[in-house]
Design a protein around this ligand. Structure first.
Ligand code: MN
Length: 198
């Protein structure tokens, strides 16, 4: 198997009560795992199978004949990045250089949160909300389906999965409650700070 599923960085029940072990049973154990299986099937015996995942994503983006490979490769990457964006001791406020950059880019941490909430809430249908570094400025973006900042020359710092499968078991249709809980109690700000370009 060329591509493997990254291990969860915490126990499946570590984020309870905010995200349940049952959510991880499906989201990590079924959805994320299936993207890895599909990517391996689609790339088996091709030159793509030996490339780093990021290069598979960047080299298949926008090629309609490779849409299936792009979608599965990007979803493998996005989910690994999402698990690392969460922490059992998450939430609160960032500090240090990251806090300064957020203040400089958005005006304040509160304004960043408002912008992120709006992006995550208004992504129509399946997709992702992101905090990215774009030419030295921090920005909030949203992408549809599997698309991610790697194909837009942006450095991903933080992501939230807003596909329904990410929150339906714990929040049903209440996506805004899921987003609020993510910001209040789950964001791994140390991971975000570590992703800042130097
Ligand atoms: Mn997902």
């Amino acid at each position: 198997m060329a591509f493997t599923q990254s291990p969860l960085p915490y126990a499946p029940d570590a984020l309870e009560p905010h995200l349940s072990a049952r959510t991880f049973e499906f989201h990590y154990g079924k959805h994320h795992a299936a993207y890895v299986t599909n990517l391996n099937k689609l790339t088996e015996g091709t030159t793509l199978a030996s490339l780093p995942l990021e290069e598979v994503i960047q080299s298949t983006f926008g090629d309609s004949s490779k849409a299936g490979i792009f979608n599965n490769a990007a979803q493998v990457w996005n989910h690994s990045f999402f698990w690392s964006s969460l922490s059992p001791n998450g939430g609160g406020t960032p500090s240090g250089i990251l806090a300064e950059k957020i203040d400089r880019s958005f005006g304040s941490f509160e304004r960043f949160k408002d912008e992120f909430k709006t992006a995550a809430t208004t992504q129509f249908g399946s997709g992702w909300a992101w905090l990215v570094s774009d030419a030295g400025t921090l920005k909030v973006t949203k992408t549809a389906n599997a698309e991610n900042p790697l194909v837009h020359n942006q450095v991903p710092l933080l992501t939230l999965d807003v596909w329904e499968h990410a929150y339906y078991i714990d929040y049903q249709n209440r996506r805004p409650d899921f987003i609020q809980t993510f910001l209040d109690s789950l964001v791994n700000w140390e991971f975000v700070a570590g992703n800042l370009p130097t």
